[in-house]
Ligand binder design. Structure first.
Ligand code: CAA
Length: 296
């Protein structure tokens, strides 16, 4: 990147329109905050129409709850709904200034998607990924615009958690980092800038903690309830580690641990057998829970 090169409209004027890939709990949360807090038009793309409908229903429920608690007016809630549109095709992302991808935590899926986004999106659009652990540099290599690819790692539940980890890849320019930070700030978030290492900072710290809780249970050294109570009442964690693992999604936890373990070779990230077995058996669905329920 040369400072003498003309600054692109996206960098000059900031982000005016956002695209989000995936309407699961992360994608939906990101889209909601972009519309509800940053007041930006958002297009959510997901191939699964049923999932989109579920996501929009969940967002409406959250907005209604906020209106009920007088946190926002009904006009504001309606404004948010009007700012959010949905699509099942990538072509509808051609006008956005940034795409935030929140698809499955799988390298092959993400690289294929980024290669397609590179073709469909306007040349100066930023391509961001909400990956929890996969290398930004690897994802960027699937595009012809590695300098405009960046990690934007939100925490679950997105409307509640204040942090966004910003992860520049090897080629990402400072201007792109700055623009992405400004977007996160306009969404009401606090940012950290983290090197492109497996698991970044959040999951380097969180996953060994969750894994150790599962290992304690696996060995019958304490009951699930007592493990969670220890961390809730002993350390003031809002949720115990086992409830948190379920909340994040056991499959997501396993995928993150595998990426960190495979890329560092460090056995402290080796996922427990019990976690692997659970993933074979379970399929949690956050949208079937009540928003006011303490254990979604
Ligand atoms: N989506 C949106 N909002 C939600 C929500 C959801 N899924 N679940 C709860 N909330 C909201 C509630 O509506 C409520 O909002 P109001 O105060 O405006 O009414 C607020 O959160 C508090 O909810 P509750 O009173 O029902 O329950 P709580 O006080 O137990 O809080 C919690 C719920 C916010 C989830 C809390 O238990 C918590 O903070 N847990 C820890 C979450 C955490 O650690 N997240 C990070 C996970 S790691 C990650 O995401 C990164 C990764 O890569 C894996």
């Amino acid at each position: 990147f040369h400072t003498s090169a003309p600054i692109s409209p996206v960098l000059q004027h900031g982000i005016k329109r956002v695209g989000v890939i995936g309407s699961g709990q992360m994608g939906l949360g990101i889209a909601m905050v972009a519309a509800n807090v940053a007041r930006l038009p958002v297009v959510i793309m997901d191939v699964n129409k049923e999932q989109i409908d579920k996501g929009i229903k969940f967002m409406d429920k959250l907005l209604e709850k906020d209106v009920g608690k007088s946190k926002i007016t009904s006009e504001h809630a309606q404004g948010t709904k009007d700012l959010v549109s949905t699509t099942q095709t990538l072509k509808d992302l051609r006008d956005v200034d940034i795409v935030i991808e929140a698809a499955s935590e799988n390298l092959a899926i993400k690289t294929a998607l980024f290669a397609d986004l590179d073709k469909e999106c306007k040349p100066d659009a930023i391509l961001a990924t909400n990956t929890s652990s996969i290398s930004i540099t690897k994802i960027a290599a699937a595009t012809s615009r590695a300098h405009q690819v960046i990690g934007m790692h939100f925490m679950n539940p997105v409307p509640v958690m204040k942090l966004v980890e910003i992860i520049p890849g090897l080629a990402t320019t400072d201007n792109i980092v700055q623009t992405t930070k400004e977007l996160a700030t306009s969404m009401g978030k606090t940012t950290t800038v983290v090197q492109d290492v497996p698991g970044f900072v959040a999951n380097r710290l969180l996953m060994p903690y969750i894994n150790e809780a599962v290992i304690l249970l696996e060995n019958s050294w304490a009951s699930a309830e007592d493990i969670d109570t220890t961390m809730k009442l002993g350390m003031n964690m809002p949720m115990g580690p086992l409830t948190l693992a379920d909340f994040i999604g056991l499959d997501t936890c396993l995928a993150i641990m595998k990426v960190i373990h495979e890329n560092t070779g460090d056995t402290k990230y080796r996922p427990s057998v019990l976690l692997q077995n659970w993933v074979q058996e379970t399929d949690s669905d956050i949208y079937n829970s009540d928003v006011s329920d303490k254990t979604p």
